[in-house]
Every structure is written in C-alpha cells, then in structure tokens.
Design a binder for this molecule. Structure first.
Ligand SMILES: [Zn+2]
Length: 165
C-alpha cells in the first residue's frame, strides 16, 4: 500500500457499557424496550447506538463519540443518541465513506434482546439511511457471571465496514 492508492475499505470497532439503574425509558438501537429498570448515562444511555457511532467514527478516522459530544457539556444531557449517530454518519459520508455493513452484539442478562432485534435493525437502517440487510444484531446473555451476568451493566459491541464512495 502506498500514499497514492489508499485502501478502498476501512473497518471500525465500537464498544460501550452502561450501568443498570432505576427505571428510565430503556432505549436500545433507537427502540424503546419495556423494562422495569434503565441504563445510567449522561445522554439517553443508548448503549448500542453509542457503540455503532464509535465504530463508524473509528473506521473513518474521525475520532470518537466522547470527542464529538463531551459528557461534561450540559448540552449533551439526555441527548438523543439517534441524533448523535446521524451526525456521525453525516461526517463519515462527508469524508467520502459509505457503509458496507454493521454487525453488533448486545450483552444483557435482562431483558431479552432477540424479540426486538428486527425492530432495532430497521430503526438503525433508518437513522443511517442504509439497507436493513446491512445491519446485524445479536443478543447474548452474560451467563450469570461478570457485570453483565450479575445485571450490573449492559454492553454493546459493533464492527463496521466502510467502502470509499
Ligand atoms: Zn454510552
């Protein structure tokens, strides 16, 4: 590889964790899921959209969500993570990249993610203006061990592949 012919593909990895707390609207991938608890966070605490945002920004070498939206900024309190993801995607496209696909894993002991996976894929595809078959979501439990298994936290991971548009 040389400077004159940069690679036409880029991969990005995003990872996020939020602590479980008292009841609060539980947003996952932009979809509200019924639950008697919620996630703690400065924004709306959508752990999956945060992981996707970081994967896309990372793949395009555009930094990360914390740099875009510092949690010290009161403007970002309860901020809509869908809006943050849409803005990240706007920057990714402006830098000349388009999405091949995303694949995501959500680790939650409770609630069950799989019944909501199709709705979450559809919402993410809508936010990003991509085809729904470019988005994969898998739900996993924590097997009753670690912070996820003890229901202290929910985690999300995402890999994103971009091509030069
Ligand atoms: Zn987060």
């Amino acid at each position: 590889m040389n400077q004159a012919s940069p690679p036409a593909l880029r991969i990005g990895l995003g990872y996020d964790t939020h602590r479980i707390g008292p009841a609060r609207p539980f947003l996952l991938g932009g979809v509200e899921i019924p639950w008697d608890r919620g996630l703690i966070g400065h924004s709306d605490a959508d752990v999956l959209l945060h992981a996707i945002t970081d994967a896309l920004l990372g793949a395009a070498s555009l930094g990360d969500i914390g740099r875009m939206y510092p949690d010290t900024d009161p403007e970002n309190k309860d901020r809509d993570s869908g809006e943050m993801l849409a803005e990240a995607m706007r920057r990714v496209r402006a830098a000349g990249w388009e999405i091949v696909n995303l694949d995501c894993v959500v680790r939650a002991q409770q609630p069950k993610i799989s019944p909501h996976a199709a709705a979450i894929c559809a919402r993410i595809a809508e936010i990003l203006a991509i085809s729904v078959d470019s988005v994969g979501i898998k739900g996993k439990t924590g097997e009753h061990v670690g912070p996820v298994g003890r229901q202290e936290a929910i985690e999300a991971r995402c890999v994103a592949l971009l091509y030069r548009s």
